[in-house]
Design a protein around this ligand. Structure first.
Ligand code: FE2
Length: 238
């Protein structure tokens, strides 16, 4: 199991507040049998440069890794949750924000109605830069779109995007049915916890997979295994 969306680096963004909290989050992942966690701190183009972001990420990672010693833990890959902006495809060093060793970039989309240019940016990211966008927590944008949930996701796939859903969407009784329906239709490629801490936004990955398995069996899990392995093949972890 791999979590491709987490805020586990200490003092990096609005996620983990300390090395201690990051360690507790990693302990929880280990207990759940998680193989690898991608650290995806927020990247906001209006607030920082790629260079400064990478420097900060490196120092937060170093602090964490040094304190972990030989403790058993999942592998950690580095990435970013990149806030969408129309010129994203022409940003210098955009590839350095991809998940380490891969051409996959986790992208946080606008929380309003998208237009054709929104999709054009995603497509250009793929065609001009060779970067495959992974849409972070897709469930959070669907209500803003005029098209149906399914048509919106299909349109994202038409521009080469892959789709990530937060496990919280599967865990909540209010949204589970909707979440399972999207999984059943083969529209979701990755699950992520979007864990920020151990309390209000905890690292809950296994329970998400359990919900899928309970209702959809192996068939529901297969697509995640496929994409997880594909990512793991290329991804570099520490
Ligand atoms: Fe996030």
């Amino acid at each position: 199991m791999i979590d491709i969306h987490s805020h586990i680096l200490p003092e990096m963004d609005d996620g983990s507040k300390s090395v201690d909290e990051s360690k507790k989050m990693l302990d929880s992942f280990r207990e759940q049998g998680v193989d690898a966690v991608v650290a995806t701190p927020h990247f906001y183009i209006g607030e920082t440069s790629v260079e400064d972001f990478l420097k900060k990420r490196e120092s937060c990672k170093k602090k964490l890794i040094e304190s972990l010693g030989d403790a058993k833990r999942p592998g950690i890959a580095l990435g970013a949750e990149v806030q969408f902006f129309p010129e994203l495809y022409s940003m210098d060093r955009a590839e350095d924000l991809c998940i380490s060793g891969t051409g996959y970039m986790l992208v946080e989309m606008p929380f309003d109605e998208w237009n054709k240019y929104t999709y054009v940016t995603l497509e250009k990211l793929y065609t001009a830069k060779g970067i495959t966008p992974i849409i972070a927590h897709v469930e959070r944008y669907l209500d803003f779109q005029k098209e149906s949930d399914i048509d919106t996701i299909k349109r994202l796939k038409d521009v080469h995007a892959l789709i990530q859903m937060n496990t919280g969407f599967l865990i909540s009784g209010k949204t589970r049915r909707k979440a399972l329906n999207l999984v059943k239709r083969g529209l979701i490629n990755f699950l992520g916890t979007d864990a920020h801490n151990t309390e209000s936004r905890p690292p809950q990955l296994r329970v998400g997979f359990d919900e899928i398995y309970k209702k959809l069996g192996d068939q529901g899990i297969d697509a995640f295994a496929y994409w997880g392995e594909k990512l793991m093949d290329k991804m570099t972890t520490i």
